[in-house]
Design a binder for this molecule. Structure first.
Ligand code: FAD
Length: 822
């Protein structure tokens, strides 16, 4: 009987427990749904701000450079006028296919030459043509094809501009030729002083030799006269062989055969043991391709996908060598030379490159050192697991004319096409193995190519280009104020700044992503917001009236805005964004719960109380202390449990407004004990990350070294380059915001912070205030809950103008809230 009763009771308890669990589960589901909905409806979809009007990028999307202005001249006079009307740095853009910022410089003027594209003079009989430098090879081919003529030397693709190609001193797959300089008869140049000059081998030969392969550092090439060749029918022949046989095979079969027009040898990754010779011979065979030039409306659907597939892992690479290429090369092909020279870069694919991109590199090895270099290259690629799509071998005869010649002897070129990630970390990794490759090529007396990412150290550049000084002396003579600049010459043209640049580029941990100054905004809002909350409580406001949902909306609005500003302009920083999502979701959950609580139980107990209880006061103090600490330290370092202790020990248990007193105690204990636990949990992992960042910001400034420590004792000089150029460290976060105005007031000039030339800051002022800081670009306003009638304004400023902006704040009585370090 007893047994049956126990059984009944147990069953009843089970049912009740199950019901409670079910209710809890429903509550949890409802809570998660509410949080999700709140996030969904929060934010600022309408924000469409942009940081720069002129961002110059290239095909890799790795090097966006914000410029002050872009002008597209249509005549020499317009080029001259643009140079004379400006006073800052000028970069020159052709087709913009170079891959390392060679056409841009921060805050400079770009002369975009692409609309400057007419034929100036032409002799079909004597086979030469003079064109404006912005003309593309494709446009030139269309012009000369009806006359039975071809470009003598150009790259594999026809999208590039003539001016850009000459400035890089390009080469192609042609046999019996070297770099393009041998086919250039004459140049017209506009120099930094606005003068228009001609340059040939006899007239201004130093300009001819410096400007060809001069990467836009000497002047603007406005016209180019080129030798042309006969357009002929060419037939393709291919043969696969071990790479150990290639050099001899080439010498015996290809090098001196004047019937070979194009040749390249494709080396198959990941073993780099086999080469496929692909050569095009002059032929009388009937055409298999009737088009004279590749049609512009050709579909580029399959080929990019095939390239992507054959690059995807070892299977794809094996499949290419074993299946795709044998099938592709199985049939005979006879085409016009102009057809074979008119490929479009679209065949490489036009898909999203925000996370993974495809880039080129090129190494030039003296022909006799070919067999030494191959195993070294193979070892580096394999050790660093470089995702190589293809290595194409080309051949070039020597160029003894250009000062920046990459073929001082007869060379084979190794054109390396590989994929890489787009983050700063990925770029660093590529930099490491690229410098290994460059060391290897220099030891074999070769050179590396300059239109790609400038990973080479300054010393490596000087070793590979031993005549660079001749080029630099011409540059100093015709461009004494260094008007013609770009990212390549910023690094390698020896100025005071480039020495510092080299030091900073090699300084471990110096470079931080510029996007971080924007992306830290939502995170910092969670520093500002607790202070607003503390302020709100201190002013005697009812905590139940605090607009928690508006705070949530503000967080997500800031997230949306900084995402709009940085997306596409900087490499994707998904790690940081994920962190913003994690703290955003947890903050939303916290505020939703808090709002619900304060508007039910909290409101009720407040209604029963006649005044703020001592517990209310301790809660205010706790929030103020928390708000102050997190300006300078990580939030998880806050002593949550000390305040929980205080609310019990510093107040009496009984007293007036007892209900409110007890409710506040319990509510606060729950909230801060939970936070203490959470802080312990994530503190350990986060601590390691924070420790790694050492709590310091490194910057390049110009200042009087002796007076620096008088300004602030926490400033440390890392390196003194003389004449005021100093590399210093200052505290991060709140400390950074404190020290920067002091430095500005002392006349310190900021040059670069953590490798960046732009920085975000915010101010807080009366909502009707009109005045803003000098030289800064307004981005948006953000809500301030307390004190009332205030607004937060967010600005971005060039680091070089930060001193002026900060000083103008002091002058206009505007409160600097924060300078967002990286
Ligand atoms: C898919 C691909 C394939 C390639 N294949 C080859 C190849 O087979 N062989 C080879 O040699 N290279 C090759 N390259 C490299 C290419 O030749 C260079 O990047 C070349 O500069 C591209 O020409 P561009 O018109 O885009 O020049 P841009 O990138 O616009 O400019 C290159 C440089 O020339 C300067 N410049 C441009 N126009 C002028 C001007 N009018 N006056 C003065 N300076 C000027 C610029 O300031 C810049 O420093 C390849 C690049 C890509 C992306």
């Amino acid at each position: 009987m007893m047994k049956v009763q126990f059984g009944d009771l147990a069953a009843k308890i089970k049912v009740v427990l199950r019901r409670i669990l079910r209710v809890l589960l429903y509550v949890l589901i409802a809570f998660v749904a509410i949080v999700a909905m709140v996030i969904w409806f929060s934010g600022d979809d309408s924000y469409d701000g942009q940081l720069h009007d002129h961002v110059i990028s290239d095909i890799t999307e790795l090097n966006p450079v914000p410029m002050a202005n872009v002008i597209a001249p249509k005549s020499v006079d317009e080029v001259v006028a643009a140079i004379k009307a400006s006073s800052g740095p000028i970069s020159i853009g052709g087709g913009r296919f170079s891959m390392g910022g060679q056409t841009a410089i921060d805050n400079g003027l770009q002369l975009d030459m692409r609309d400057y594209d007419q034929v100036v003079d032409f002799s079909a009989a004597d086979r030469w043509i003079t064109v404006q430098s912005g003309m593309s090879w494709r446009e030139l081919q269309e012009y000369i094809d009806p006359h039975g003529l071809s470009v003598k030397i150009m790259q594999t693709y026809a999208n590039f501009s003539v001016g850009g190609s000459v400035s890089v001193n390009v080469h192609g797959r042609y046999i019996g030729h070297g770099p393009i300089i041998s086919s250039v008869k004459e140049l017209q140049l506009v120099l930094a002083d606005g003068s228009v000059v001609q340059a040939t081998r006899l007239e201004n030969p130093h300009l001819f030799r410096a400007a060809i392969g001069g990467y836009g550092g000497i002047g603007v090439i406005t016209e180019v006269t080129l030798e042309l060749e006969k357009n002929e029918k060419v037939g393709r022949q291919t043969k696969v062989m071990p790479i150990s046989e290639y050099r001899e095979y080439f010498a015996e079969n290809i090098r001196d055969d004047d019937q070979v027009i194009f040749h390249n040898g494709d080396i198959y990754p990941p073993d780099y043991e086999q080469v496929r010779d692909v050569s095009w011979y002059i032929t009388d065979e009937p055409l298999t391709i009737d088009d004279r030039i590749i049609a512009t409306d050709d579909s580029y659907f399959l080929l990019p996908k095939m390239i992507k597939f054959t690059n995807s892992g070892s299977f794809g690479k094996w499949f290419r060598g074993a299946v795709v290429d044998p099938l592709y090369y199985a049939s005979d092909r006879v085409a016009w030379r102009n057809w074979e020279a008119s490929y479009d870069v679209r065949e490489l694919g036009e898909e999203d490159r925000s996370k993974v991109t495809w880039v080129l590199q090129e190494y030039f090895i003296p022909v006799e050192n070919f067999d030494n270099f191959v195993p070294r290259m193979r070892a580096i690629f394999q050790e660093y697991e470089v995702d190589v799509v293809n290595v194409s071998i080309r051949h070039a005869l020597p160029d003894h004319e250009s000062y920046l010649s990459w073929a001082r002897r007869e060379v084979f070129a190794f054109v390396v096409y590989h994929s890489q990630g787009t983050t700063d970390e990925d770029k660093k990794k590529v930099g490491v193995w690229t410098r290994k490759m460059i060391d290897a090529i220099i030891e074999e007396d070769g050179a590396f190519y300059l239109p790609y990412q400038p990973h080479a150290s300054v010393a490596q550049f000087r070793a590979a280009y031993p005549n660079a000084e001749k080029y630099f002396s011409v540059k100093r003579e015709v461009d004494p104020d260094n008007r013609f600049q770009n990212k390549l010459w910023e690094k390698y043209f020896p100025t005071r700044r480039s020495r510092i640049r080299d030091y900073l580029d090699r300084l471990d941990g110096y470079k931080k992503g510029e996007e971080q100054t924007f992306l830290t905004l939502p995170e910092w809002y969670l520093v500002f917001q607790p202070n607003e909350y503390a302020d709100y409580l201190e002013r005697g406001n009812n905590p139940s009236n605090f607009p928690f949902f508006a705070s949530i909306d503000e967080y997500w609005s800031l997230y949306d805005r900084v995402t709009v500003l940085t997306d596409g302009l900087y490499p994707e920083n998904s790690e940081y964004k994920l962190m913003l999502w994690i703290i955003g979701v947890s903050t939303t959950a916290e505020f939703v719960a808090k709002s619900f609580y304060e508007n039910t139980i909290g409101r009720l107990t407040r209604w029963t109380a006649s005044e703020d209880t001592p517990e209310d006061v301790i809660i205010q103090e706790a929030h103020r202390a928390y708000g102050s600490l997190i300006y300078f330290e990580a939030w998880y370092k806050f002593p949550f449990m000390d305040y929980v202790g205080r609310i019990w020990s510093d107040t009496r248990f009984f007293g007036p407004n007892f209900t409110r007193k007890l409710e506040r105690k319990l509510m606060f204990t729950g909230e801060f004990a939970f936070k203490a636990l959470y802080a312990k949990l994530i503190g350990f992992g986060a601590e390691t990350a924070y420790e790694e960042s050492d709590g310091l910001v490194t910057m390049h400034i110009v200042a009087d070294a002796d007076s620096l420590t008088l300004i602030d004792s926490e400033i440390t000089i890392l390196k003194d380059f003389g004449d005021g150029d100093l590399i210093v460290t200052v505290p991060r976060w709140g400390g950074f915001t404190e020290v920067m105005p002091k430095l500005a007031a002392a006349g310190v000039q900021f040059i670069e912070i953590s490798g960046n030339d732009e920085v975000v800051f915010s101010t807080v002022e009366h909502e009707n205030a009109k005045a803003g800081p000098d030289k800064a670009r307004f981005l948006f306003n953000s809500m301030v809950i307390s004190p009332k009638n205030r607004k937060r304004s967010v600005y971005v400023v060039r680091v070089e103008d930060l001193d002026d902006a900060l000083m103008s704040l002091q002058r206009n009585n505007i409160q600097l809230e924060h300078v967002f370090d990286f």
